[in-house]
Design a protein around this ligand. Structure first.
Ligand SMILES: O=P(O)(O)OC[C@H]1O[C@H](O)[C@H](O)[C@@H](O)[C@@H]1O
Length: 531
């Protein structure tokens, strides 16, 4: 089907997206409305025929069966022989989910309840620090044990009514230093978040925070909680089992915000709002499992991605939330998408036949407009843009801000599609009184080629429920893209080599081992940095 798709794209390369709107109901046909969301992909070059071909990819690759296998607990992460069941964490109906003939739901619900009890205790002051009621929570974690709660805590700021959340992730001492500055160790709760509890950054930071606390608190361990799938290792660190919230290896790090890794978020917004977050994701899970393919949001979002990257050959995609509180969403999606689908071999170990995941990047609008949008509009490459925008903001008294935000968001996708022709640019320059060569020269700088694809995901308001929907939508998009590409979206071997080499380099940095075996560049840099 790839060949048919590429041939079709080639044959229609010259056609403009704006011309596709000659079909009067295009905006309706190339959009999906579901549960308060509107996903518009009509400003892409996908038409009826290419959509049909793309849907064939879904069929040919047996996506519905693969999806059902994931939800049912099959070990689809074949290189680690693991099930992939982050969906179980939001399976609030408690429909049984079997792993090795055992229903995992009682454990999931028991953990959720323990988290809720602990969060309630911290929030109402039943759980106290040496200096009284907890005022601040510091989550120490990295990657999937950081990005989800960081992103969601910012996204749901209007719902915060608990202690303030802080996050330390980087091994750079600046992170711990700047985060702890101004915090009172006697009223701070530290959550050490690490699935494996072996990550060097997290363990080093956790020890540093413990030392910081030790100066003022006699028993710092009592103000520590842990989120991990290794109960033995959390015990070795000295964290009491009553404050350890476990999860199994069938929850991937970048898919883990729904369970214990979300504890800091739950403490900030409260257990009820956290349940709403889970409910939104659960609604998306249900939609993904039941909606007809061509009306299925994750499937269509995945097909738009495959069309733009694998078929049209655009190397990256920009995530552009017109929602300041989604400022960390691009970073979260970078891990979700690029760690999942940045692979070079198919499930069976043979080289892939198609390029795999694109580069994902982005920033919130309107800020990006005043920075990198120049390249998006007039650069030589095409960057498919994924806009996001809420119908309503949390600040009704500042509605005029939101009106401007909406106007800007819509203006960008319109400008990307329509562009500005040379004829129009010439007219503009003539009106300015230019003529001859100078008119021509100036006009050419003001041409926008247009015909650049974008999608817009519009939602009612950024509530916990809606955030849950959006994140689950992107998770399933990654799954569908990965399954169609035939890769394993759930391992991450590509991060290992750097870790190994860092461990080997440490004694050379410390000066206890010679670097003579290293390449010339590494030796010279070591000399400069440590000499
Ligand atoms: O939660 P942890 O076990 O500490 O892992 C933290 C992160 O480290 C690794 O490098 C992985 O690439 C990530 O997927 C993971 O989220």
């Amino acid at each position: 089907m790839w060949k048919e798709l590429k041939d079709y794209h080639k044959a229609h390369k010259k056609r403009r997206i704006s011309d596709l709107f000659e079909t009067p109901d295009r905006a309706k046909r190339f959009s999906i409305e579901f549960d308060g969301l509107l996903f518009d992909y009509s400003k892409t070059s996908i038409d009826t025929q290419s959509l049909w071909l793309l849907l064939k990819l879904v069929e040919e690759n047996g996506i519905p069966a693969k999806r059902d296998a994931m939800f049912a607990g099959a070990a689809i992460n074949e290189t680690e022989n693991r099930s992939v069941l982050h969906t179980a964490l939001r399976n609030l109906d408690q429909r049984p989910v079997m792993v090795d003939d055992e229903d995992v739901m009682p454990y999931v619900m028991d953990t959720l309840q323990r988290m809720e009890e602990f969060a309630a205790d911290v929030r109402d002051g039943s759980f106290q620090g040496a200096g009284g009621r907890i005022t601040d929570v510091v989550n120490v974690g990295i990657g999937g044990s950081d990005l989800g709660p960081v992103m969601a805590a910012l996204a749901l700021a209007p719902y915060h009514d608990g202690p303030k959340c802080h996050f330390i992730s980087n091994i750079d001492a600046a992170d711990a230093t700047d985060t702890l500055k101004g915090l009172d160790p006697t009223t701070t709760l530290v959550i050490v978040a690490s699935k494996t509890f072996t990550t060097i950054e997290t363990l080093t930071n956790a020890k540093t925070v413990r030392d910081w606390m030790q100066a003022k608190v006699a028993q710092p361990a009592e103000q520590f909680a842990a989120l991990s799938s290794s109960i033995t290792k959390t015990a070795e660190f000295g964290i009491d089992a009553s404050r350890v919230f476990g999860f199994e290896d069938w929850v991937g790090g970048r898919y883990s915000v729904w369970g214990p890794i979300g504890l800091s978020l739950m403490i900030a917004i409260g257990p009820d709002a956290f349940r709403q977050f889970l409910k939104g994701a659960q609604a998306m899970d249900h939609h993904f499992q039941t909606a007809q393919e061509k009306r299925n949001l994750p499937i269509i979002l995945a097909l738009v991605g495959l069309w733009n990257h694998q078929v049209c050959g655009y190397p990256s995609r920009a995530v552009l939330p017109y929602d300041q509180r989604l400022a960390r969403l691009p970073a979260y999606l970078q891990q979700l998408e690029m760690e999942s689908n940045g692979k070079s071999v198919a499930m069976d170990g043979t080289p892939v036949s198609q390029p795999t995941g694109p580069i994902v990047w982005g920033e919130p609008g309107t800020n990006g407009q005043h920075a990198f949008y120049q390249l998006i509009h007039q650069g030589t490459g095409v960057v498919p843009c994924e806009f996001m925008i809420a119908a309503r903001c949390h600040e009704p008294e500042l509605q005029h801000h939101h009106d401007l935000l909406i106007a800007n968001c819509l203006a960008q996708s319109e400008a990307l599609m329509q562009g500005r022709s040379l004829a129009t640019a010439r007219k503009m320059m003539a009106q300015k009184g230019l003529d001859g060569d100078e008119l021509e020269r100036q006009a050419r700088h003001r041409v926008f080629s247009g015909n650049r694809p974008s999608t817009t995901l519009a939602y009612e308001k950024l509530t916990p429920y809606v955030l849950g929907q959006i994140l689950a939508l992107y998770e399933h998009r990654v799954f569908v893209e990965g399954a169609i590409l035939g890769i394993n979206s759930f391992d991450q071997w590509g991060v290992e080599l750097g870790k190994e080499l860092a461990t080997a380099l440490q004694p050379m940095v410390e000066g206890t081992q010679s670097a003579a075996q290293k390449d010339g560049s590494t030796q010279r840099l070591l000399g400069f940095l440590t000499g």
